[in-house]
Design a protein around this ligand. Structure first.
Ligand code: HSE
Length: 412
């Protein structure tokens, strides 16, 4: 059986490396007499690469080669990945991808195509890099009704926040380091503004709750507005700031889904997730809470998940894997502003005591926070829980309170 890889970037070259390095055991586990890499598609040249003779630039060679039964898509981006993957599935080839943008936007469509053409479309590496999460949700936890899922889903932003928290490093220095380490997307805006985490929570929510959740329906905030002042205040309040993607079952067959920075209390399992690591908490009605933890980005961890999917495709030539991922529905994701939340707030004030008294009058008791070197005209506090829109309206009406930063507090 033959395999092709499309895209020889960080992940694609990692896939080839793992495939070659562990080839013997990979073939054995595939249960096929042979499993060989035939082509690597990339428009760039890689002179001197040990796989040089396998490089091609024409997608049609893979499409029309009947010997190629499994194709790995590690090109990234929506186009032409979607067109290529669609054609491959329709030509009766199984496809494995690490491309979360593709799965989040077109997962339902591509799974339908795979089903119609009796092939597999697998995407374990699209969420959590090397962490097993798609299979656990769809197989190991299949007996549960999943009520909630929340995770640190982006390695780059977790790395940046860790550097800010532990090394007092500036945001841009930490981002540069993440890029040098190969964690960040080609355009790191997708990482720092939360779009990458959004795509991942969409994939997880679609699998957990059974209907396609599109990125456009998920409110998304990134970490570019987080200041070292916020990091210090939240630390004094016994927590850390993490970028979380969360989705939760809501009454009436709806769900909530959001990506935003969040205050996580130090006792939480998610608080101790540092560096490039990801962690995903799944709350099932039979299992309770279960947390999946590991390297969420990087060449070889992601390749580990891709190659495992290739093995799975090879093992399941006759049997197709079903995901229970149905079409979306209008207004499926409820407005996050209608849901209860507690907030961390940092603000500029004219008169600290007067303003804090007015805040308490408006929203009830607050827990005032401190940081070294805070100016006289700055306050920071944690509020109690209220409907988000109500809380924000009440804070906006407090005279002399100029909110500079506002972060949701979680109870995971
Ligand atoms: N840029 C992504 C991250 C890569 O940092 O998590 C893995 O999806």
């Amino acid at each position: 059986m033959y395999v092709a890889v499309m895209g020889y970037g960080t992940v694609g070259s990692g896939v080839v490396e793992v495939f070659n390095k562990n080839h013997e055991s990979i073939v054995r586990r595939s249960t096929q007499p042979s499993l060989e890499l035939k082509y690597i598609l990339d428009l760039r040249d890689f002179p001197g690469d040990e796989n040089e003779e396998k490089f091609i630039k024409d997608f049609n060679i893979i499409l029309h080669d009947d010997e190629v039964k499994i194709v790995v898509e590690t090109m990234g981006g929506l186009h032409p990945a979607f067109e290529f993957v669609s054609q491959l599935l329709c030509a009766g080839k199984s496809v494995v991808t690490s491309n979360k943008e593709l799965v989040a936007a077109k997962g339902y469509e591509l799974l339908q195509m795979a089903q119609e053409h009796n092939v597999n479309f697998l995407f374990e590496a699209s969420v959590g890099g090397g962490i097993p999460i798609i299979r656990p949700i769809t197989q190991c936890l299949a007996a549960n009704e999943i009520d909630e899922i929340a995770g640190i889903l982006n390695g780059t932003t977790n790395f940046i926040l860790t550097m800010m928290i532990e090394k007092n490093m500036t945001f841009s220095d930490a981002l540069k380091l993440a890029q040098d380490n190969g964690y960040a997307e080609k355009d790191p805006t997708a990482d720092v503004e939360g779009h990458d985490a959004c795509r991942k929570i969409c994939i997880l929510a679609s699998l957990c709750f059974g209907k396609h959740v599109y990125p456009e329906s998920v409110h998304t905030e990134g970490i570019s507005g987080i200041a070292l002042e916020d990091v210090a205040y939240v630390q004094s309040g016994g927590g850390v700031i993490k970028l979380l993607g969360c989705a939760k079952r809501q009454p009436g067959g709806k769900i909530s889904a959001i990506v935003s920075p969040a205050v996580v209390q130090n006792g939480s399992q998610l608080a101790s997730v540092r560096d490039v690591f990801n962690a995903i908490l799944v709350r099932g009605d039979a299992i309770g809470d279960v947390v999946f933890y590991g390297r969420g980005a990087g060449k070889l961890p992601t390749a580990s998940a891709v190659v495992a999917d290739v093995i799975d495709c090879a093992k399941h030539v006759q049997r197709k894997k079903a995901f229970g991922w149905g079409p979306s529905e209008e207004n499926y994701v409820v407005d996050y502003r209608t849901l209860p939340v507690a907030l961390y707030v940092r603000a500029e004030v004219n008169n600290r005591e007067e303003t804090l008294a007015a805040v308490r009058e408006a929203v009830g008791e607050v827990r005032v926070l401190s940081r070294e070197g805070a100016p006289e005209n700055e306050v920071a506090f944690f509020t109690e829980t209220d409907v988000e829109q109500t809380l924000c309206d009440k804070l906006a009406a407090v005279p002399g309170l100029h909110v500079r930063s506002q972060i949701r507090i979680t109870d995971y």
